[in-house]
Design a protein around this ligand. Sequence first.
Ligand code: AMP
Length: 280
Amino acid sequence: MKILETIANVHAHSRGRSGRSILVPTMGALHRGHVELVRAAREHAGADGEVAVSIFVNPLQFEPGSDLEKYPRPETRDEEACRNAGVNLLFRPAANEMYAVDRSVVVDETTLSQTMEGASRPGHFRGVCTVVAKLFNLLAPDAAVFGEKDYQQLAIVRRMVRDLDFPIEIIGVPTVREADGLALSSRNQYLSATERTDATVLSRALRDAKERVKAGETSTTKLISLATKTITREQSARIDYISIVDGETLEPLEVARSNARMLLAVFIGDTRLIDNISLT
Ligand code: AMP
């Protein structure tokens, strides 16, 4: 596995490459969810193609006063995880390598990013789009893999690629979960033992909504109110948002029709968790 840490070296590498390359952008603290993205990347790259993983805790997508400083950075373990998963190239730049002190150009998505995560975390998607565009320019992949776990991010990246003509295919991978339904996340390690138990309420509420739609319920107001009840029953849970939207445009729906998706963000104690499910 090749490890690169500078822009000059990654540019040189990308220019000299011949075969297919698939990029998996991450912030590290790798878990089974990330490994699943790497597996999908390998499928698309082929045995001779290149699977590239980037690990970069992007300061631009954390709001001031958020968990940037305490975000886990287990460098050696991540490197091992990449080796074990058969990654060919690991790109892990330092923050000052990625951003000039007087940087002044950003990528802003102006519609899909206004609600849900974008409303709760101002500037978050500007940070995401900017860094993903930079990674696309640096690594020039044929395709890039993103998790459905961050569903709004996936939709926004697809929109950015369409609107800015990046010649890159975007591949979405279904959310990887613990046996009890909790979506894997680097932030799960912040949870205490009781919070970890309470945290299953996110996936329970989502699965319950899906069951109700299957049984004929179509009112999104009703579905959201039932999910709200389920979640507020957990002592440590505080809802940030619960939305039912069109899976592509992210526009709120009144009726749960085909392509409807429920997305939610819930604080479990001090830890903010997100999850989502297709309702149809
Ligand atoms: P992160 O390192 O949290 O920024 O995530 C990097 C990529 O992994 C993103 O595309 C995430 O959507 C994806 N990801 C994170 N957790 C999961 C999961 N549990 N299942 C599938 N993909 C995930």
